[in-house]
Ligand binder design. Structure first.
Ligand SMILES: Cc1cc2nc3c(=O)[nH]c(=O)nc-3n(C[C@H](O)[C@H](O)[C@H](O)COP(=O)(O)OP(=O)(O)OC[C@H]3O[C@@H](n4cnc5c(N)ncnc54)[C@H](O)[C@@H]3O)c2cc1C
Length: 496
């Protein structure tokens, strides 16, 4: 039943607010369990925190210091699960940890790495080990005073692509994904949520608030609910420099303030350095790195590397806001990285689930837990978990290099670099548009065929969506490419 006020509203089982990793993962899981789903995202998919991460699928070695064993174990299990379902956008990465005995004694690091190796089963990823820099290529990057260290493995993820693949899979299972569509307000009526959105009214049997940094604002301003202030907003920034060293390994550097900073090979020709932890209370839509954060990150690397890094080396930077659950920790770095799912449901209120905190790494599991809470409240059977074994779009291969060779065999006219980029981004879905006639190259190998695919299947509307979220080609393409892409997309929209 839809009441008079909502009589023209489309009726759906689940309305999800937020097209970041958590909203998209919940949409995928719910659609696969047979619910009708509408997701509304005010901007582009992954436009906020979910494209501003360090891009690691990791257990979070440092969280062990805060006794976050539940979170670390869940995240370690997720590494291999996610690697299995999205082998195109997720791959293993070796981390080198130089030993600094005055910062953390060797026994403490060994104990942490032992837990890291054993809290969850590993099949694909190697165990940690102690190394001497005399016999490891990382020794050539570090100052000669560093003699010993450790290595361990975690995974890299193309964060914003993980969001899009979840949304695509949800859509292919029947979900409706509405981008550039803000939730304006919602209220309970007649056992339903009646929502006003920029795409029109929606009536929903249950609602999920996965608005990330806006989670409290959605509760108070859009739903008119009293909220305790249970979000801690913590800004984190990254800088990007020209590639600092040849090797494929990443570094995890201990800072005297107790924090750690990563240096990671990025986009072939670059190095990614981050992150910071800065309390934040401004508009999450307007977040940017400060000169102090840039100086802090440069100093962290210069303390360890032979060749110092200065702010003049920075070619790009980005910043995001972590919407963390407020556990009353005194310091920003100590606030829990675990998530909390808050379900409200009573006679007057249809089920409403709000997501606080969470990681890219734990998004799939978070979605499972969300549905285990929501479905009983909706009077539906929970059914079985399914997302851990079902590959995400394009991920239906096991060995990246083997599949790349097959792909090249099928499309021999594509240059190797382009073939590799397409397979990394789209996996087997690249076969849907790769070929001899891919239309005009609008810059840096971005063809009309690829853009048409992105517009049709990945909700792309602008050059910024293409160059900074569906990819980071913005770092590579020649000047003028963005304008040509915008022109092409504008014409594609006009011609329907
Ligand atoms: C610096 C930094 C580094 C990180 N590194 C890692 C890492 O290496 N590994 C890891 O696992 N995690 C990492 N994280 C954490 C991870 O990025 C976040 O936990 C995750 O992206 C949060 O996703 P989300 O979906 O909750 O929020 P978001 O991605 O912010 O999505 C929420 C969405 O809701 C939308 N929205 C808000 N209000 C409305 C409305 N009224 N109507 C419609 N839509 C609305 C917003 O536009 C936004 O897109 C990092 C985070 C930061 C900031």
């Amino acid at each position: 039943m839809v009441t008079q006020a909502g009589s023209n509203a489309e009726l759906t089982d689940l309305l999800i607010v937020g097209g970041g990793v958590n909203g998209a993962a919940i949409a995928r899981d719910a659609a696969g369990r047979g619910l009708s789903v509408q997701l509304v995202e005010q901007h582009d998919l992954a436009q906020h925190t979910s494209s501003a991460s360090t891009k690691l699928i990791h257990g979070g070695l440092r969280y062990l210091e805060y006794y976050e064993f539940r979170l670390v174990r869940e995240a370690l299990i997720e590494r291999e699960k996610l690697l299995g379902i999205a082998p195109h956008i997720i791959w293993p990465l070796e981390f080198v940890l130089p030993h600094e005995k005055h910062l953390r004694p060797a026994w403490m690091i060994r104990a942490g790495l032992f837990l890291y190796d054993h809290l969850a089963k590993r099949k694909a990823l190697p165990a940690s080990r102690a190394i001497s820099f005399a016999a490891h290529p990382a020794g050539g990057v570090l100052q000669p005073s560093y003699k010993r260290g450790f290595t361990y493995a975690d995974c890299w993820v193309e964060d914003s692509r993980l969001v899009v693949l979840n949304a695509m899979d949800a859509a292919e299972r029947g979900a409706q994904i509405n981008t550039r569509c803000k939730l304006l307000s919602a209220r309970p009526e007649g056992g339903l949520w009646l929502a006003r959105t920029e795409a029109g009214p929606i009536a929903a049997r249950a609602m999920v608030n996965a608005a990330g940094p806006w989670v409290a604002e959605v509760l108070s301003r859009k739903l008119g609910r009293n909220t305790e202030n249970n979000v801690r907003m913590i800004k984190g920034s990254h800088i990007v420099t020209k590639r600092l060293y040849e090797g494929e390994e990443a570094f995890i550097l201990q800072n005297p303030d107790g924090r750690i900073v990563f240096v990671i090979p990025y986009e072939r020709n670059f190095s990614l350095i981050g992150t910071t932890d800065v309390p934040f209370d401004a508009d999450p839509d307007k977040v940017e790195i400060s000169p102090e954060e840039t100086a802090y990150l440069c100093a962290a690397v210069s303390r360890y590397f032979r060749k110092p890094v200065t702010p003049a080396d920075v070619v790009w930077s980005y910043a995001g806001v972590r919407p963390l659950y407020d556990d009353n920790a005194t310091e920003a770095k100590a606030v829990t990285r675990d998530y909390v799912l808050d379900l409200t449901h009573d006679e007057a209120t249809p089920p409403l689930l709000s997501v606080f905190g969470g990681k890219i790494t734990t998004s799939r599991k978070l979605a499972e837990h969300a549905l285990e809470k929501l479905l009983p409240a909706m009077g539906r059977p929970v059914g079985s978990s399914w997302t851990g074994d079902a590959v995400l779009p394009g991920g239906d291969f096991t060995d990246f290099n083997k599949y790349l060779t097959e792909f090249q065999g099928r499309f021999p006219s594509l240059p190797l670099d382009l073939a590799r980029r397409l397979v990394r981004a789209y996996g087997t879905r690249a076969e849907r548009f790769a070929g001899t006639n891919m239309g005009e190259d609008l810059g840096g190998g971005v063809s009309e065929a690829e853009l048409a695919y992105l517009a049709r299947h990945e909700w792309v509307r602008s050059a910024e969506d293409v160059l900074w979220r569906r990819s980071r080609l913005g770092l590579h393409v020649p000047e003028g490419t963005a304008a040509r892409i915008d022109d092409y997309l504008g014409q594609a929209v006009l011609s329907g």
